[in-house]
Ligand binder design. Sequence first.
Ligand SMILES: CC(C)(COP(=O)(O)OP(=O)(O)OC[C@H]1O[C@@H](n2cnc3c(N)ncnc32)[C@H](O)[C@@H]1OP(=O)(O)O)[C@@H](O)C(=O)NCCC(=O)NCCS
Length: 138
Amino acid sequence: MSLVFRDMRDEDVDQTIALWRACDLTRTWNDPVKDIAFARASPSSTVLIAEVNGRIAASVMAGHDGHRGTLYYVAVDPAQQRKGYGRAAVKAAEDWLLSQGVWKINLMIRPENAAVKAFYESLGYEINPVFCMARKIV
Ligand SMILES: CC(C)(COP(=O)(O)OP(=O)(O)OC[C@H]1O[C@@H](n2cnc3c(N)ncnc32)[C@H](O)[C@@H]1OP(=O)(O)O)[C@@H](O)C(=O)NCCC(=O)NCCS
């Protein structure tokens, strides 16, 4: 079944966060409500969701910084995985980024989630030999 992705709406926030929790994508140091609000407030980012039988089954956050595109919160309801929905979520994000003029995507995988590399590799993503460094500036 092909999924239709759309921009998330206010009424989707709770279900989307529940999906992220079910997929173990939330962390105590990240506030998903703030992440969603920030992404939705900017023209250079979006949160796309898709429903199956009236329930949010897949999501992806996409954005760009004027140079590269990035994907976050790629999630498929655990009960709905291995049906091609993850592939569809990434494709929806890629299409959105292409529509913004973006031609290259970077994404990060937590070390404890290394198994997901096979998913991205099946979609044509490759490991880049770079260090990812981060710092909170507030
Ligand atoms: C990663 C995730 C989004 C994949 O979603 P999905 O709907 O199951 O993926 P798809 O059915 O579109 O899979 C496409 C292909 O990716 C590969 N793949 C998917 N999940 C895989 C896994 N767990 N192990 C190995 N390969 C996998 C397969 O090649 C698959 O094709 P196949 O089913 O024909 O073999 C989903 O497992 C998920 O939500 N995981 C928890 C959240 C997460 O880790 N997100 C990524 C954060 S970086």
